[in-house]
Design a protein around this ligand. Structure first.
Ligand SMILES: [Zn+2]
Length: 243
């Protein structure tokens, strides 16, 4: 692969300078998308307080769009600056990551790049986060703490599982569980033990004296016997018919 000739580089340099001038002129013409003015000046109103919330929302939307456009232009300018610096110090046309020559076709298409196509950083990923995030707690959905080994208390996921027993909008095909054939078992961990660790704990019970053992014939109990785990001798116990 060849590096660009000096004539080619000066052509690309003049394209970069043209683009730079164009963006700077555009930003000067629209006064940085009017973002230096307060919203009040934008609307010509003394205050937005007595406006319909819909009007205020429209204004807010426009401001957000302007912020995004300005950010995009600033990013473009900083890329052009970096490319011009690279031309000045002779490193232009060489990928900053792998130090291989960047194909001429790529330089013609994206003259402000410092990287070959494999090493081009992800674009349009803004690192600016709303400052509110510093003081906000994670929302309910992020309180699933199962991933933490030390945690086995009631968390957001458990709360969702309880609500989900009454159904959700998913079809069996969308379930997280494999081989779900009906709508009953589409929920997250539909078979997960709830309130006990071993199945036997859910159906063996004693009275207050701890002597009279009884069996509660619940789903776990039936499953226990169906899978051949249990001894039907349990059936001869003094049973309390509870399901
Ligand atoms: Zn590279």
């Amino acid at each position: 692969m060849t590096t660009p000739s000096n004539a080619h580089i000066s052509l690309l340099q003049s394209r970069l300078l043209d683009e730079q001038r164009e963006i700077e002129k555009r930003l000067a013409d629209n006064d940085h998308y009017g973002l230096s003015q307060s919203l009040r000046d934008d609307t010509g109103e003394l205050t937005a307080i007595d406006n319909h919330p819909g009007d205020t929302a429209t204004e807010l939307y426009e401001r957000e769009k302007d912020v995004a456009l300005l950010e995009q232009e600033e990013l473009h300018l900083s890329r052009i600056d970096a490319a011009l610096d690279a031309i000045a110090d002779g490193s232009y046309g060489i990928c900053a990551a792998c130090h291989e020559p960047i194909p001429l076709e790529r330089l013609d298409a994206v003259p402000d790049t410092l990287y070959c196509i494999e090493h081009a950083p992800r674009q349009h990923l803004s690192l600016r986060r709303p400052v509110e995030e510093l003081v906000l707690d994670p929302p309910f959905g992020r309180t699933s703490l199962d991933e933490q080994d030390s945690y086995n208390g009631f968390d957001g996921e458990d709360a969702w599982q309880i609500v989900e027993q009454w159904g959700n909008a998913d079809s069996p095909a969308m379930s997280e569980n494999r081989d779900v054939a009906d709508y009953v078992n589409v929920g997250i961990d539909a078979y997960e033990n709830d309130g006990f660790v071993e199945p036997i704990e859910s159906f063996l019970a004693t009275d207050i004296t701890g002597r009279h053992v009884s069996v509660i014939r619940n789903r776990e109990y039936r499953h226990y016997l169906d899978t051949g785990e249990g001894d039907h001798g349990l059936e001869s116990d003094e049973l309390e018919e509870t399901t």
